[in-house]
Design a protein around this ligand. Structure first.
Ligand code: AMO
Length: 437
């Protein structure tokens, strides 16, 4: 790989990569060769005859015809030279083999529309910024996984084909399943709770989730990677929030250490490891705060709308200097039946949404584990207990107090890197009109 060349001594090398630029000068040719690890300058002094006239020999003739993006393998002499701007090394060419000639007309350019770039995603992903996004994602996931494993969590892989909905029926993908119907999992919700009935205690899953959401917002996709965790023996949703904080601190610390400088250089963004505890504000109070800032909340009895989320985030940043805020105690009327309600006020739930840089990245809650109350809450929400018999059975055999959260991985990356759309940070985006590539 190109990045390993810097550590080698002067001498013969072989390297492959994509042609980035060609400077075809009279006496010398320069080629910048790139791979995912970096770039190196190739130099080819032209051969001249006795009268000083340039001779058309190899590899000079081939270099003159190279199109950008062609994939080549070269051999030559590596030389360390501080004067070379690109990494202080260059390769004096001996041979150049063209493996693939790129089609000269590149279908996308830096100013192409996002949609066009997504059509040609494999070319789009060659940009160093895109490459960094997915290396960063790997680091972030790895750090979370290390946290879970160090803390004795069990990793689950739950089925994505289900017999019933786990969240709102409105966003459900139905698929033919032999002579019956199946649904794509919107969340591992029921299965991660089942693990508590099974006595697993602490679990996590990073896997796909599907939502038949027809909207074209910058933060929704029809398939996304959901980061889920669920724990038993909790006193309240406060325990879930603490787990969530520790996990994010682990993830952000690793990202800052490994990629902080690159993120600053390529995205102009400083990665900040959040301090704990994150601010916590009950939803009703948050609405009063944004109203006092002059923002008209569309509905008092509904979720915080996207502009409200931005307003409360701005308030939290100004007041506490924090990029995260837990909005807690959502009204029971706008939460799923499985959220536990407060003992002294059943109109509010022991739940939260986590807002990061002005957008929701997660929902979490303590779950209702008492079967009678759970059935009542399901009926009240219009969920037919017969349809979720299998789920309700968990609670007929005793489940400890428990809670957990689901977090959209791409949302975290989008907000961490100040990207305008989830499409930029999703390897292959899926939306209402996009099923390819
Ligand atoms: P919720 O429906 O709020 O909660 O989803 C949890 C988180 O998943 C992400 N998310 C999405 N990301 C991209 N595109 C979408 N269409 C999309 N929908 C959701 C968001 C969101 O905050 N079962 C509960 C979680 C729990 O209580 O454990 C659930 O799914 O980041």
């Amino acid at each position: 790989m190109i990045k390993n060349l810097a550590a080698l001594d002067n001498g013969p090398v072989t390297v492959s990569g994509w042609v980035d630029t060609v400077r075809d000068q009279k006496k010398v040719q320069f080629v910048v060769l790139r791979d995912e690890s970096g770039a190196v300058q190739l130099v080819n002094p032209r051969t001249t005859d006795a009268e000083g006239v340039v001779v058309a020999d190899e590899p000079a003739s081939t270099i003159s015809t190279l199109s950008q993006g062609s994939f080549v393998t070269v051999t030559g002499e590596l030389k360390h030279d501080e004067r070379v701007k690109l990494g202080g090394i260059e390769i004096k060419l001996a041979t150049l083999e063209v493996v693939t000639v790129a089609i000269p007309e590149t279908p996308i350019a830096a100013d192409s529309s996002l949609d066009k770039r997504l059509d040609w995603r494999f070319l789009d992903l060659r940009q160093p910024k895109a490459n960094l996004i997915f290396r960063l994602q790997t680091t972030f996931e790895h750090a979370m996984r290390t946290y879970w494993i160090d803390n004795d969590f069990i990793e689950l892989h739950t089925p994505k084909l289900m017999a019933s909905a786990s969240e709102s029926r409105a966003e459900l993908f139905e698929v033919e399943y032999f002579d019956t119907k199946a649904y794509l999992a919107q969340s591992p919700q029921f299965f991660k709770q089942m693990a508590q009935a099974a006595g697993f205690g602490k679990i996590f899953e990073v896997g796909p989730a599907f939502r038949a959401d027809p909207s074209f917002t910058s933060r929704h996709s029809t398939e996304f990677t959901s980061v889920d965790s669920e724990i038993s023996w909790i006193d309240s949703h406060e325990d879930v929030m603490q787990l969530h904080e520790e996990l994010l601190v682990a993830g952000f610390t690793a990202v800052k250490e490994k990629h902080g400088e690159e993120v600053l250089a390529l995205f102009g963004v400083e990665v900040t490891v959040p301090s704990t505890p994150f601010p916590r504000i009950p939803l009703a109070e948050a609405k009063e705060i944004v109203k006092s800032r002059g923002y008209e909340v569309p509905r008092d009895d509904d979720d915080m709308d996207p502009e409200g989320e931005r307003q409360i985030a701005a308030y939290v940043l100004e007041t506490f200097g924090h990029e995260f805020v837990f909005l807690t105690d959502y009204a029971s009327s706008i939460r799923p039946f499985y959220h536990m309600r407060h003992e002294n006020d059943a109109s509010i739930t022991k739940s939260y949404d986590l807002i990061f840089n002005g957008t929701e990245i997660s929902t979490g809650a303590q779950r209702e584990h008492r079967i009678d109350i759970l059935v009542e809450q399901a009926k009240e929400k219009g969920v037919d207990p017969e349809e979720i018999e299998g789920y309700l059975d968990f609670f007929r055999y005793g489940v400890p107090s428990h809670g957990g959260f689901g977090m959209g991985l791409a949302r975290v990356l989008m907000l961490m890197l100040h990207q305008a759309s989830i499409r930029e940070v999703t390897y292959l985006f899926r939306g209402p009109t996009r099923l390819e590539p």
